[in-house]
Design a protein around this ligand. Structure first.
Ligand code: S3P
Length: 748
């Protein structure tokens, strides 16, 4: 929990600091720099430190008598090794007045809380336990740095007895240093720090000691380079401080150490047995986690120059498209390749995998469930399948970011596992309806809890036997269909799904590709349990949904001529081509072939004057993700385009009808939304979009659609909140620029 109190003016007339180490000195230095303190008095067992601190202007006076220093202090900062805190409290107890507030900076909170109770009494309410997550292997007065805490977390662990006045003062005194104050319980703090800080220090000390004692390795330090240096830097930290921490937090440290020792022993066996797959499992999981952590760190450093990480696009008016390109891999197929590859027996090699955040969320989830996955590296992924019954309990909730496909398909799969799972997502995903999958799964016997109105997070109970279902889909949804088919692989008897209109059939095709029988009879798809999936190679075609932006772009920008290579043209996905052609677009299919059960072709698109049409309802499910781009085409067309039967657009990553209509209106287009579609009066060959500002409402496809609108705009368009383009189309801005669209990223 972060502490949101904002600090306006802070002035503490008298501060006493006991223990002139790195942390305490850096804190008073920052307080002095911000002119938030009057007089600072210091005490240390070492007289040299006191003189040095006085000379450096960190303290205004000192005394050899600890009580002289704390007398009349408004705030006492205790920054001594943690096992010395009780003794210090005993010495100063008689000099603590009613107004005095105390705090500490130690790395363990439980034992200091006990010291406070023992010495000052159970009800002493003016001691705020604190711990800045900052530091360095350097120590002492000379290392004091007023910027040490900037953008670092400062954990305060107030207890029931702690009074608000004390908590507020200590919070403000930390905030003034640029630190970010967070509140936590004492127990949780000690548990977390044992794992993230205390254990690594113990290991660093131990490794250096082992190597230094080994005569054979005596000259190891002469040859020790990056690895040794990076791993052991913290073994130069203060031995007394760390001795105290391990005594103070013994129980939690031992728990973390036991867990680590068991894992290390396992890894030893893996190395002894030359078990390459398990090695890759540990290393790829660890690499993904460390890379993620690096990103978190990077973001923190970002705060310096930016107030947020909002990404906007600025698209300049005009331009034409030319060249041959390959857009990234198909998102739907990428998701399924990880899922089915994980459930297969053997090793599946994937090429053309979409390295977008959505499909990476699926990949990470399967890693979390114990599947060894190598890559992605330039679209190559190797999945070491664990079989239909080989997934393991993930350590935490599966975080699925912005990806509805991940959550809906995984719901079916997770309902049939032996373990409990929780699935969470970002703000947009947390608003999307999950009842459409949860309800039929419950009919099959699944036990699923959701948040209000069937929204995520979803908690799925493991070990529930599932029964087959005969389910007529209430809406045309490939996600619901696929979810039930995946559950059906584990359910007793037949699972049949009947769809009201054809939707993308990648799951059915890929199951067959992995050798799992699927009966398809018109709108009826049936699976039975008892089969197995056999690993295979998957070549993911380019995503027609990503290609759609370039199809529309080349159609509306005069004198354009582009070829998009290796685009998936599965008949359940080609609605956008059918609709654009009906509007008069010039789209040619070249080099048609089939890869791994999916048809592909190169698409050549040349500019054309489009005309408005009534969009046939049977094309809607076949173009469901492409309507934002089609709306831009409709705005440039001659005459009116009417879309009906597309109410599903209201529950995508955003309400896409509203987002597109509002954006187009802001750019001067005559468009209105209806319950299940829109009516767009095109401005035709002579017209254009006005420049201006549109909000992508964090939806990747809205952001990309308004980017291509700039080709026919009379002034620049600013498109806000485009960071989510990375969910489906990494490298969009680069590829768009290369093709002739004049777009640039602006970090707001
Ligand atoms: C998808 C199905 C569609 C689509 C989504 C991906 C899939 O959703 O909009 O982007 O991979 O199955 P619905 O099934 O909800 O229409």
């Amino acid at each position: 929990m972060s502490h949101s109190r904002s600090v306006q003016t802070l002035y503490i007339p008298r501060v006493a600091i006991i223990g002139l180490g790195l942390i305490g000195c850096s804190w008073v230095k920052a307080l002095k720099k911000s002119k938030s303190v009057g007089l600072v008095s210091g005490f240390d067992r070492n007289i040299d430190s006191m003189q040095q601190a006085l000379q450096a202007g960190l303290i205004d006076d000192y005394s050899l008598q600890i009580n002289d220093v704390v007398n009349d202090a408004d705030l006492i900062i205790i920054s001594v090794p943690i096992l010395a805190v009780a003794e210090v409290l005993g010495q100063i107890k008689s000099s603590i007045s009613e107004k005095t507030i105390l705090t500490d900076v130690g790395s363990v909170k439980g034992n200091i809380s006990k010291d406070v109770s023992k010495v000052l009494g159970e009800n002493f309410d003016r001691f705020v336990l604190g711990h800045p997550i900052a530091g360095s292997e350097r120590s002492g007065v000379s290392a004091a740095d007023e910027n040490l805490f900037k953008r670092h977390k400062i954990i305060l662990t107030p207890e029931q007895r702690t009074c608000e006045r004390a908590l507020d003062l200590v919070t403000d005194a930390w905030k003034i240093t640029g630190g970010m104050v967070e509140l936590m319980s004492v127990q949780r703090h000690d548990e977390v720090l044992a794992a993230t800080s205390h254990l690594p220090h113990l290991l660093a000390y131990s490794l250096v000691d082992t190597l230094a004692n080994d005569h054979e390795n005596n000259d190891i330090f002469n040859y020790a380079a990056g690895g040794f240096r990076d791993f052991t830097r913290i073994a130069s930290s203060s031995p007394i401080m760390w001795r105290d921490i391990f005594v103070g937090n013994k129980d939690e440290v031992l728990k973390a150490l036991d867990l680590f020792t068991a894992d290390l022993q396992q890894l030893r066996d893996v190395v002894a047995n030359e078990d390459k797959t398990q090695m890759m499992g540990t290393f790829t999981r660890a690499k993904a986690a460390r890379d993620h952590f690096t990103k978190i760190l990077a973001r923190r450093a970002y705060v310096d120059s930016m107030t947020s990480q909002i990404v906007n696009y600025v698209a300049k008016p005009g331009g034409k498209l030319s060249g041959e390109f390959r857009v990234p891999g198909d998102k739907s197929i990428s998701h399924r390749s990880i899922m089915l590859g994980s459930l297969a027996e053997g090793t599946t090699e994937i090429t053309g995998f979409l390295e977008g955040e959505d499909s990476l969320a699926t990949l990470q989830s399967f890693r979390d469930m114990g599947v060894v996955i190598e890559g992605p590296h330039r679209g190559r992924v190797t999945v070491h399948g664990v079989g239909l019954h080989g997934l393991k309990t993930p350590p935490n909730a599966l975080y699925l970011g912005n990806s509805g496909t991940s959550m809906r398909l995984l719901s079916g799969l997770m309902s049939a596992q032996s373990f409990d799972v929780e699935m969470t997502g970002d703000v947009s995903l947390s608003k999307r309806p999950m009842d459409r999958v949860a309800n039929p799964l419950r009919e099959m016997g699944a036990v699923i809890e959701s948040a209000d109105k069937g929204r995520p997070p979803l908690k799925i109970k493991g070990g529930q036997p599932l029964k087959g279902i005969h389910y007529v889909l209430p809406m045309a949804s490939a996600q619901v269909k696929s979810c039930l088919l995946l559950a059906g692989l584990y359910a007793e008897g037949e699972t049949t799904v009947i769809e009201p209109a054809p939707t993308r059939d990648h799951t059915e095709r890929m199951l067959k590709g992995f050798g799992y029988p699927v009966d398809v009879d018109g709108p009826k798809v049936t699976v039975r349990p008892g089969g197995k999936l056999t690993a295979t190679a998957i070549d993911v075609p380019s995503d027609i949904s990503s290609a759609a932006f370039f199809m529309v772009a080349a159609s509306i920008a005069k004198d354009s001529d582009i070829t998009l290579q290796h685009v998936g043209i599965n008949p359940t996905r080609v609605g956008v081509i059918n609709i654009l052609r009906q509007m008069g677009a010039n789209i040619e299919m070249l080099n048609e072939s089939e890869v791994g059960g999916e048809p592909v072709a190169d698409l050549r698109i040349r500019s054309a004057q489009l005309k408005g049409i009534q969009i046939p309802e049977d094309q809607v499910p076949l173009a469901i993700d492409e309507f934002p781009a089609i709306f831009i085409a409709a705005a440039c067309a001659e005459g009116t385009t009417v879309l009906t039967g597309a109410e599903e657009l209201r529950v995508k990553e955003s309400d896409r009808i509203q987002a597109m209509v509002e954006g187009m209106q802001a750019l001067g287009v005559d468009a209105v939304g209806t319950e299940d579609g829109a009516i767009i009066n095109g401005f035709g060959s002579e017209g254009s979009f006005n420049g201006g500002e549109v909000d992508s409402v964090d939806d990747h496809r809205i952001a990309m659609s308004f980017t291509i609108a700039s080709l026919r705009a009379n002034a620049p368009i600013l498109i806000k909140d485009c960071a989510n383009v990375a969910t489906s189309f990494p490298g969009f801005v680069e590829l768009a620029s290369e093709s002739g669209i004049q777009v640039a990223v602006e970090n707001a």
